[in-house]
Structures are given as C-alpha cells and as structure tokens.
Write a protein that binds this ligand. Sequence first.
Ligand code: AMP
Length: 280
Amino acid sequence: MKIVRTGQEVRSLGRPAGGRVALVPTMGALHEGHAALLRAARGGADILVMSLFVNPLQFGPDEDLDAYPRAEERDLATAETAGVDVVFAPSNVEMYPPGATTTLSVGRLGEIVEGAARPGHFVGVATVVAKLFNLVQPDTALFGQKDAQQVAVLRRMVRDLRVGVAITVCPTVRADDGLAISSRNAYLSSEERRLAPGLFGALSAGADVIERGGEAPAAEAVVAAALESAPGLVPDYARAVDPDTFETPDAGGDVLLVAAARLGRTRLIDNIPVPARTAS
Ligand code: AMP
C-alpha cells in the first residue's frame, strides 16, 4: 500500500490500461461503516484509493473540527487490511493552497434540512469532493447512505458539472441496537451510548407507518413525536423528504425519513429510505 500526500503524487500514479480506479473518501477515524465501503469498492476496482482528510471547509465555526477524532496510524493499518492500494492523505495546505477562495455553490439542496442546521456544510463537502475527483480521477466513488443528503448533493454535483465519476451508495452499517456507526459516536459517554439508539427507533417508528400504508406526513409526525419523547435526545429536525431533492415527497413516491438530534455534546444524524413499492 502506497501513502501519498501531495496532489502531484496522486496525479502521477500509474494505472493499468483499462483499469478501473475506485475512490472512497473518508475523514479517517475508520470504523465498520468505512470498512464496508472499502470492501464494496475493492470488488470492482483494479486500483482502490482511499482519501483521508478532515476537511475544514465542511465544519462550521462552532463545530467540532479541532475535537474531531484523528487516528492516522490505526487508519493506515485498517486500510492495508481492507486491501487499499493507495491512501491519499493530504495536508490542509495541499487541498487549500494559501489564498484559495474558489468553492462550489450547490444551491437550495445544500441549504435545507441538514444544510439549514449546518450552513455552508454542503458547499464544503461538494468543494472537497470535486478537488478529490480532479486529483484522483476515479471511475467510481463510494459513499454511505448514512449521510443521505451528502449523497444527494454529490449526485447533483456530478450531474450538473458533467463529471464522469459513477457514484455508488452503500447501506448504513449499524450496531446491533440500531445505532448508525459514526466516528462521532466516540464522543458519547456510556450512558449516552445507551440512549443513542432512540434516534433510529424514532425513524423506524415512522418507517412502520409508511410500510403499513400510511402517508409521508403521518410518518413525519410519528418520527417527530418519538424523537421528542426519546430520553436524552434533543431533536434538531425530523422530516419525510424526497431522497433526491430533500423537498416534500410526491404522494406514493420514494420517501426518505431523516432526523438529527443532540445527545449531550454530540450531534447525531440518521435516516431510513422507504422505497415507493412499500410506500404505496
Ligand atoms: P466520514 O469519514 O464520516 O466522512 O465518512 C466517510 C464515508 O463513510 C461517507 O461516505 C459516509 O457516508 C460513510 N459512512 C460513515 N458512517 C457510515 C455507516 N455507519 N455506514 C455506511 N457508511 C458510512
């Protein structure tokens, strides 16, 4: 496994003629969710590149950039075990040369739901992923359903900018009690960890409503009420949205139940997609 830290090095990586390059972007502190992405990517790739970069542009001024867990040595060992060929671990200066001011504007999709709670977050995500795509030139890139609005923003970005990268989405990996695995779960105390699955529980209650023939607004109300009464969780939002636009879903169409809540100093997000076939 090669470790490269500059754009120049990653640009000059040799690739076999006709070989397929897959990219898995991460912010490190690797866990089972990242490992599932790497496994899925390994299958279809001749060269598997994992990026490891805590992107400052996607953190707000009052967010956890400084506290974000960093564990490069352990991450490199995990990547090696997962069969990664190249780890791209750039510095901040490498990704944001001094004086860099150019960003991608992602429009309304980046400003609603999670984007309303985290102003500028999706501009940061789209900008860094565009840079990674430019540097690595992958054929395909894999992202987790866990960050559903990120997926919607990036699908829109590659479509709008005519970027030739296929986006694959892998299902959310959960602990046995339903909690979506996340690097930020490391912030939870043991008591908070016990309460954290309440977020998935609230979303599941909403998914049941749709699966039993109910409509999206009824499901949204059930998620909101369940989240409100979940011990320890302070709701941020609970919405039933269209998975591509994050606007109100069409009646009988695909629905994505999304929610965010605070638990102590940790902010948790999660979602459950409910496809139209069960929503009708
Ligand atoms: P991050 O390091 O948090 O930026 O995440 C890197 C990638 O892993 C993103 O595409 C995430 O959506 C994905 N990811 C994070 N947690 C999970 C999970 N529990 N299941 C599946 N994918 C995940």
